[in-house]
Design a protein around this ligand. Structure first.
Ligand code: FA5
Length: 340
């Protein structure tokens, strides 16, 4: 039988788990030499058996312990290796999480809503899909009127109760009739939303753009009131000194009608001089036509005083943030979108 010390020496030289298992089987496994010796004890005298039994049991216990200890050292080094591999360096800077933000058009629209609200206007959402009646006739544009030519749009297959195809609205003025019917007069409301037109795209025209309609009907409302409202609104929105120019303009749903241009003062980056921007057409407006009031169930004799306006949100945003081409808003270029 090998000496205990010899086995322990062998054990200390073992360097792999497999080798450890082989050694274990050699001495303590089912067919191991020490296990075998227990089996030969039957032939011994009771006295010898007792001594031999004690001797073997002590040897077996000591060796089991030594093998278990060796196995623990292997286990520990495996765990340490794993920990080393999965080491997390908490001193490394964290990955930057991208945070989303409003699109510049949504931001501008919300700012416009807030300013309008602060001036006493209710904010209402109109529909994007409207009947031809709402888009044209309800705002005094007969369907055969040449003005409809400038308002070509997408026609839907679905038809309204008059058997006419629904359209994607070409202007937020299409919401005037429904909102006046809904709230009656007096009324002071803005209606922001998307519009669609078959327009040639360029730096100031897109085929989908936002407008914000304003409708203010009350007794004793004049053009002077309108000019004050729009100048206050634009100065608040653009946070710049804004100059407003009113030109006569034709819209069948107002009488008289105007086109409003604006320009603002800015600092030339190169020369440091104060300069004036070019005039930019921002909105159409006018005093509401009696036919529009009549169609919405309002007596024009009693309420023939009120104005409406339709501002292009994309152009306002472009003016506010110094963007040269409104197509940037919708072309999906993330470099542009992320820079605001
Ligand atoms: C209208 O749409 C009238 N409904 C406005 C109005 C309302 C007049 C109430 C009177 C009373 P106009 O087509 O000019 O008018 O458009 C108004 C504004 O929308 C323009 O000044 C411009 O800022 C913007 N706009 C018009 N077409 C486009 C387009 N294709 N792309 C971007 N903005 C546009």
């Amino acid at each position: 039988m090998p000496e205990k010390n010899q086995i322990l020496n062998e054990l200390s030289a073992v360097s792999t788990k497999d080798e450890l298992e082989t050694r274990y089987q050699t001495y303590l496994g089912k067919k191991g030499s020490i296990t075998q010796q227990f089996k030969t004890m039957g032939s011994l005298s009771p006295e010898e058996r007792k001594n031999k039994g004690q001797e073997l049991s002590a040897l077996k216990t000591a060796l089991e312990e030594a093998f278990a200890e060796k196995e623990t050292t292997f286990l520990m080094s495996e765990i340490n290796a794993l920990l080393e591999k999965d080491l997390v360096d908490i001193s490394l800077p964290a990955k930057r999480l991208e945070t989303g933000h409003y699109h510049l058009l949504a931001k501008t629209r919300r700012e416009m809503e807030e300013i309008a609200q602060s001036m006493g206007f209710r904010v209402e959402m109109g529909k994007e899909v409207v009947s031809k009646f709402e888009n044209f006739e309800a705002v005094n544009i007969p369907i055969t009127h040449p003005a409809t030519e400038m308002h070509d749009t997408i026609y839907l297959k679905d038809k309204d109760e008059r058997g006419e195809n629904y359209v994607m609205r070409t202007h937020t003025s299409s919401a005037q009739n429904a909102v006046i019917k809904k709230y009656g007069v007096p009324i002071k409301v803005v209606l922001p939303g998307r519009c669609y037109r078959f327009d040639e795209m360029d730096a100031t025209h897109d085929t989908m753009f936002y407008q914000m309609e304003g409708v203010y009907i009350d007794k004793n409302i004049s053009i002077a009131n309108f000019k004050y409202v729009i100048q206050t609104f634009l100065s608040g929105l653009l946070q710049k000194k804004v100059e407003v120019r009113m030109r006569p303009g034709y819209f069948p749903f107002v009488e008289p009608g105007f086109e409003i241009d604006a320009r603002y003062e800015y600092l030339d980056q190169k020369t440091g001089e104060k300069k004036l921007s070019k005039w930019i057409e921002l909105l159409g407006a006018g005093m509401i036509h009696p036919n529009v009031l009549k169609t919405a169930g309002v007596n024009p004799e009693e309420w023939r005083s009120g104005f409406a306006f339709g501002i292009g949100v994309n152009r306002v945003a472009a003016m506010k943030y110094g963007i040269k081409d409104i197509r940037y808003f919708t072309n999906g270029d993330l470099r542009f979108l992320k820079s605001f």
